[in-house]
Design a protein around this ligand. Structure first.
Ligand code: IPM
Ligand code: MN
Length: 356
């Protein structure tokens, strides 16, 4: 298979982990006789530094022209405590999602058995957890009208959804549920928010088309509690942009570490694959970041954008083997991990390639 992949490392540890993700793609191409070509582009703080724009047109054009994008992270601490900054790295990410029509963000939360003890949640609660989140990614309070009034003393962000927007993400979630445990949980705040009442109405209207799928509707506050109390009760979860952002960070603790979680953003055109962790400037440049989320993002890319299931499974099996052999990066190590089994980013990549 011939494919063109755009590598967009972005900021902070995005650079370090995406380098490993790319090596894994190269190894897969070699092993399975594919011809992958690569290009690179800027986004986020590094793009602002180079061009003044967090998403340069050139990057967007390259994204549109590629078959898939392997993405790192965006963000820089210098903006976090400067609410008045007009240009911010995150604007690049949001614009990319909107421009490419990436309305569905898939975040699989799957615990590798070897990491049962890496989580702060009790192993007996966690064992067997396997959740697939569908986070809506181009609507909600993220993209509604926002601004200031009363001479800047009052600020607002509007949460808005159209039926069409809810329907297309809900359908994807129903379809996915059909291939899994046939249970769908729709998370909203319909007891308070009008946009959530529309959300619920639309999900209820579609449900009869999927009679085999058991649907439940849960308020987001209760869902946040149940995720930790009994994660196994969830199969597929579909929710709005902001709720999905928060719940998937929480759910990352089910998988042991943010450093293990990959995501796929898909929609009308090129798919974008990225770790759910951020740029993590506190550990940037130290070479200790966990590259496995980027590696698993590469696996999702092969599976979802290219339909290469065997290749994708080969990567997941290699990650599994690496963990079975006792290797850990710092974030997933515990008191029982021998010092010589704790790997830095590059070494983790090398050990992984050996197992591919
Ligand atoms: C994510 C991130 C982004 C989001 C930020 C960086 C804008 O947290 O992808 O989950 O809120 O969507
Ligand atoms: Mn987030």
């Amino acid at each position: 298979m011939k494919k063109h992949i755009l590598i967009v490392p972005g900021d902070g540890i995005g650079q370090e982990v995406t380098a490993v993700g790319k090596k894994v793609l190269e190894r897969i191409a070699e092993k399975f006789n594919h011809e992958f070509t690569y290009d690179e582009a800027l986004i986020g703080h590094v793009a602002i530094e180079a061009t003044g724009n967090p998403l340069p047109d050139e990057t967007l054009e390259k994204m549109r022209a590629s078959d898939a994008v392997l993405f790192g992270a965006v963000g820089h601490p210098k903006y976090d405590n400067d609410p008045s900054a007009k240009v911010r790295p995150e604007q690049g990410l949001l614009k990319m999602r909107k421009e490419l029509g990436l309305y569905a963000n898939l975040r699989p939360i799957k615990l590798f058995d070897e990491l049962l003890s890496a989580s702060s949640i009790k192993p007996e609660i966690l064992k067997g957890s396997d959740i697939l989140f569908f986070r809506e990614l181009t609507g909600d309070i993220y993209f509604g009208e926002k601004g200031r009034k009363n001479d800047g003393d009052t600020a607002y962000d509007i949460a808005e959804y159209s039926k069409y927007e809810v329907e297309r993400i809900a359908r994807r979630a129903f379809e996915a549920a059909m291939t899994r445990g046939k249970r769908l949980c729709s998370v909203d705040k319909a007891n308070v928010l009008e946009s959530s009442r529309l959300w619920r109405e639309v999900v209820q209207a579609i449900a009869p088309e999927y009679p085999e799928v058991t649907v439940e509707h849960i308020f987001v506050d209760a869902a946040a509690m149940m995720l930790i109390k009994d994660p196994k009760r969830f199969d597929v979860v579909v929710t709005a942009n902001l709720f999905g952002d928060i719940l998937t960070d929480e759910a990352s603790q089910i998988a042991g570490s943010m450093g293990m979680l990959a995501s796929a953003s898909v929609g009308d055109s090129t798919g974008v694959y990225e770790p759910i962790h951020g740029s993590a400037h506190d550990i940037t440049g130290k070479g200790v970041a966990n590259p496995l989320a980027s590696v698993l993002s590469a696996a999702l890319l092969l599976d979802i954008s290219f339909g290469l299931k065997d290749e994708s499974n080969a990567i997941i099996a290699a990650v599994d083997q690496l963990l079975k052999d006792g290797f850990r990066t710092r974030d997933i190590a515990d008191a029982n991990t021998p010092a010589d089994k704790i790997l830095n980013t590059e070494a983790a990549g090398e050990e992984l390639l050996k197992r591919l």
